[in-house]
Write a protein that binds this ligand. Structure first.
Ligand SMILES: Cc1cc2nc3c(=O)[nH]c(=O)nc-3n(C[C@H](O)[C@H](O)[C@H](O)COP(=O)(O)O)c2cc1C
Length: 188
């Protein structure tokens, strides 16, 4: 038996569809907490759903966000879908994956990338001073072995909040996994 999708999944899908071919449909912001307690935020590409409330992102294991997540696995993601004038805020935590299942999932994502998309994992250590001698590959052909620092970030979502600016007044709703994703309406 398949688990039913939380109600916000259909709304998010509809808002993403309204973006058409715009890359905004796949870009979201990931907020983490640095070990000193200060916030960090950056844009990532949405890589798909691994379950009703499991969201996949890909990153470089040498980037700062990995040490931030090791220190504090709780995150917030912000997904702005401008054509639908909708903002989704998703709270969750990094899921600890290991073993054969993790390797399979990583490989699945690695194989799905375009040769250009894969290339960034062949670049020198992100965030270090620019190394002008280093090579910055533009493409990595199919069959290139997956680097160890190719990291799958899988987040288990526990709360989703949607703000829609279309109509008057604005509309704000929240769903929590704890309450079986039951919809709560809020003042905007
Ligand atoms: C449109 C866009 C998409 C991006 N997609 C990703 C991505 O999928 N994964 C990733 O690790 N970084 C991605 N980045 C780069 C990150 O925003 C960030 O600069 C990088 O991951 C380093 O972040 P950190 O130092 O906070 O770890 C993207 C940047 C932009 C502007």
């Amino acid at each position: 038996m398949t688990t039913p999708l939380p109600p916000w999944r259909q709304l998010l899908r509809g808002a993403r569809q309204r973006e058409g071919r715009s890359p905004a449909a796949r870009w979201l912001q990931l907020a983490t907490t640095a070990p000193d307690g200060t916030p960090r935020v950056r844009t990532l590409v949405f890589r798909g759903w691994a379950g009703p409330a499991l969201l996949d992102l890909l990153t470089d294991g040498r980037s700062s966000k990995l040490s931030e997540l090791a220190h504090q696995p709780a995150v917030e993601l912000c997904w702005l879908l401008p054509r639908a004038r909708s903002q989704f805020r998703l709270r969750g935590a990094l899921l600890q994956l290991s073993g054969e299942a993790l390797e399979q999932q990583r490989l699945h994502h690695w194989d799905q990338l375009s040769s250009g998309g894969r290339a960034v994992w062949a670049w020198p250590h992100p965030g270090q001073p620019l190394d002008r001698q280093a090579g910055f590959a533009a493409a990595l052909p199919d069959g290139t072995p997956m680097p160890v620092h190719f990291v799958l970030l899988r987040f288990v979502l526990s709360q989703v909040e949607l703000l829609e600016l279309e109509g008057h007044p604005h509309r704000r709703r929240r769903w929590c996994s704890q309450s079986q994703w039951c919809e709560q309406t809020l003042n905007p």
